[in-house]
Every structure is written in structure tokens, then in C-alpha cells.
Design a protein. Structure first.
Length: 87
């Protein structure tokens, strides 16, 4: 069954590297919804399966300047229910 995954994270970065981390986070397909000059980013990501989501989060955690990337929310919805809501 096809699925749609939505996750949100708080990414803690070194404040001096926040802009570079933010660019790399966006390059990984995450959308930034908030940021603080102390080095925190609030981000979301969408993927079509769990493995893609896990891999993307791992890539974020390994970026230079990232201190931590903490999963805050993860929701899975079958594609069929998404299509029903649109119709």
C-alpha cells in the first residue's frame, strides 16, 4: 500500500553556521517554518515511504554544523485516504 509520510523536526545548529545549515536542510527537501538566532530550525519533510524519511533525517543529523536533529512529529497516511480527501 502506498503511503504519505509527514515529519517535523527541530534542528539545533551552531549559531555561526545557521545560514549554511538552513540552506543544506532545504537542499535535502525539508521546509523551514521557523528559526532562532540561537541556532534552532523548525522544519517539516514529506516522503512516500518510511525509509526515505529516515534517510533524510540521518543526512540532516550528519550535516556540518548540526548539533542535533530531533524528531518531534511523524504521521503516516495511506495515499488512498489523501486522494479521498481531495475529491
Amino acid at each position: 500500500m502506498a503511503e504519505h509520510h509527514l515529519s517535523s523536526l527541530v534542528v539545533h545548529a551552531l549559531p555561526a553556521q545557521l545560514d549554511a545549515v538552513a540552506r543544506q536542510v532545504e537542499d535535502e527537501g525539508f521546509e523551514i517554518h521557523g528559526r532562532s538566532e540561537t541556532g534552532k530550525l523548525v522544519v517539516t519533510c514529506e516522503a512516500d515511504h518510511q525509509r526515505a524519511m529516515s534517510d533524510a533525517i540521518t543526512r540532516i543529523q550528519l550535516l556540518p554544523g548540526v548539533v542535533a536533529a530531533t524528531l518531534v512529529f511523524h504521521h503516516v497516511e495511506p495515499d488512498s485516504s489523501i486522494e479521498e480527501a481531495i475529491q
